[in-house]
Design a protein around this ligand. Structure first.
Ligand SMILES: NC(=[NH2+])NCCC[C@H](N)C(=O)O
Length: 411
């Protein structure tokens, strides 16, 4: 674990110093052809290979001076305390709608588990068969009527997409409200970590603790981009509701120094589920963008004062002008995925060619398979580090989706 507790994310491209990842594990072994759609996957992964790809991603980041913190270690750490473990288990079990006999039976065996094993169960889930081996039988109707391989705790195979369940901005964090049930437990764990792990004691929770910060006020990290210490963009997408933007905007202004929120409306379907699947920042003045949606994007500029009052809402007619003005730069370079070929662009976008992770200004990590788009980035002077993502990419997320910056150097 780290000794230095700096958390600060004031841009998308400042030199990355610390990042949260989740090393994918047994939860991926739960995917089948019958459950993959509900679990938001497009295919069944070769798990060992996905883990190797993920290790290579983490190694690349470390080789470039980034400290990697693992989510499951943080979760196990907070689970050591019974006073934290108990309410967390209540919340987890409540989401599974068990009858009281089963819920209390499961809770008592889970309360006795060692923290690392419990963290694994909470991430990989628990089948009836596994549960029975722990607690034997009881007079629960749920237990008696369910199949051997039904989940009593559902798996979280999307957890390696650490971008989505929470978002760091400046010295604070927003805890997400996820659109799909398959991911609703991820932010719950994140919230307990930020509330109770001593490592995060200086981080202010900006969203996620008040009664209204729940479904259907959805917001996911793939839609959240920190352009500067005073300006963020929020995608209004399949996953993030437009109604959440002002709820969050007010808090960001009042508690985190944000003055401008750019609300970016994008088409609402799976191929571009989050803003970061069509648009990411790659340098101080450069963005990669999927040309297939650029014309459909609409963008509003919301200005706030420091007490969180909304001063104005204006629709902006031009993306480039809007970025230039709000990032206070002379020019903006839009680098198109696919290099002008709509077929190459659509293929690369589906494989997260637009989902780059910047590790310094003008230096990004991408999937190797996006040959055309990686070439275009290089032609535009961007340094590209490639990772293999043949397995990881089947979950529909790239290097940005798989990482949550905790600390970037200021620009
Ligand atoms: N930031 C992102 N684009 N995340 C991609 C998440 C992919 C994941 N399978 C989901 O459907 O939720």
């Amino acid at each position: 674990m780290c000794t230095n507790r700096s958390f600060s994310v004031g841009s998308e491209v400042g030199k990355l110093r610390r990042v949260m990842l989740h090393h994918p594990g047994k939860e991926l072994e739960r995917l089948t052809i019958d459950n993959k759609d509900e679990l938001l996957f497009d295919d069944i992964l070769w798990v060992e290979e996905a883990q190797k790809e993920h290790d290579a991603f983490a190694d690349l980041l470390r080789d470039n001076g980034v400290e990697v913190v693992y989510f499951s270690n943080c979760l196990a750490h907070v689970l050591r305390e019974k006073e934290i473990r108990s309410p967390l288990l209540d919340e987890v079990l409540a989401l599974e709608a068990h009858d009281p006999l089963l819920a209390s039976g499961l809770k008592s065996v889970l309360m006795e588990m060692d923290p690392a094993s419990l963290a694994e169960v909470l991430i990989a889930g628990l089948t009836k068969k596994e549960a029975v081996s722990l607690l034997g039988s009881c007079r629960s109707l749920v237990l008696r009527s369910s199949g051997e391989y039904d989940f009593f705790i559902r798996p979280l195979p999307n957890l390696y997409f650490q971008r989505d369940p929470y978002m760091f901005v400046n010295q604070g964090v927003l805890v997400s409200v996820m659109h799909y049930p398959a991911r609703r437990r991820e932010p719950l764990y994140a919230k307990h970590i930020f509330q109770h792990h001593p490592y995060f004691e200086n981080v202010q929770i900006l969203f996620g603790e008040e009664p209204r910060d729940t479904y259907p006020y959805t917001i996911e990290g793939g839609d959240f981009h920190v352009f500067s210490p005073t300006c963020v963009a929020v995608g209004m997408s399949e996953r993030t509701a437009s109604g959440t933007v002002q709820l969050v905007g007010r808090r960001l202004a009042r508690d985190a120094g944000i003055r401008t929120v750019l609300a970016v409306d994008i088409p609402k379907h799976r191929a571009c589920m989050h803003l970061d699947t069509v648009f990411t920042m790659v340098d101080r003045d450069a963005f990669t963008i999927y040309p297939g949606v650029q014309k459909q994007m609409r963008i509003w500029e919301l200005n706030y004062d420091e007490s969180g009052d909304l001063l104005s809402v204006e629709e902006s007619s031009d993306l480039v002008d809007c970025l230039r003005k709000n990032l206070c730069i002379d020019r903006v370079r839009l680098i198109e995925t696919g290099g002008g070929d709509p077929i190459a662009a659509a293929r690369d976008q589906w494989n997260d060619g637009t989902n780059t992770l910047s590790i310094a200004p003008g230096v990004v990590v991408t999937y190797r398979r996006n040959v055309v788009s990686n070439g275009v980035l290089r032609e535009n002077g961007i340094k590209v580090f490639e990772i293999k993502g043949a397995e990881l990419g089947r979950g529909r997320g790239g290097p940005r989706c798989m990482s949550m910056p905790l600390w970037r150097e200021s620009l």
